[in-house]
Design a protein around this ligand. Sequence first.
Ligand SMILES: CC(C)(COP(=O)(O)OP(=O)(O)OC[C@H]1O[C@@H](n2cnc3c(N)ncnc32)[C@H](O)[C@@H]1OP(=O)(O)O)[C@@H](O)C(=O)NCCC(=O)NCCS
Length: 162
Amino acid sequence: MGFRTVVDVTMIELAEIDDDNLAAVQAVAVSDRQRDFVGTVREALEEAADCPEGNPWSRAVVVDGTVVGFVMLSWNVTPDPPEIIGPWFLWKLIVDQQHQGRGIGAAVVQAVAAIVKAEGASELLTSFVPAEDGPAGFYARLGFVPTGDVDAEGETIVSLDV
Ligand SMILES: CC(C)(COP(=O)(O)OP(=O)(O)OC[C@H]1O[C@@H](n2cnc3c(N)ncnc32)[C@H](O)[C@@H]1OP(=O)(O)O)[C@@H](O)C(=O)NCCC(=O)NCCS
């Protein structure tokens, strides 16, 4: 399987983060510009530890045995907007710079949508920095639509029917 193979949802493994893969997960890196929007995996894990009320659920994104990304949800939280958005909130999605554009981000969203649907969710929420070169187009492409609300940081909140 070549490095630039297009990835579909059947090729995505969402693995629990443990001592064996933590270093690889922390090594997931985006461009400097993207880091301004999304931060680092290390910061996301610190945010999760500091925000238990967000009920963080985090996983390594693994394709073909390689960690290629990181995903974190707020898992079935009681919404308390604008701080806590939920019940099912895609808190962080980071695909390593070298693996972007292969369909991995889309496949992770599809996998997450199936997981939350199986838990009884009707919608998956997320938010993003409304910058021109940010992920707005990515989420729109996947069918997320603005709810009209913003979160505590002024990020645009969007929703996907699952
Ligand atoms: C946004 C991100 C998760 C997308 O992941 P990816 O694996 O590169 O995306 P995919 O290859 O699955 O792209 C799926 C579709 O969205 C489109 N797309 C991807 N990024 C886009 C962007 N920034 N703007 C517009 N469209 C975009 C792709 O062209 C593709 O369209 P297609 O189906 O017509 O070919 C990834 O670029 C990333 O990690 N960015 C930095 C972190 C970030 O901003 N995360 C989101 C906020 S938490």
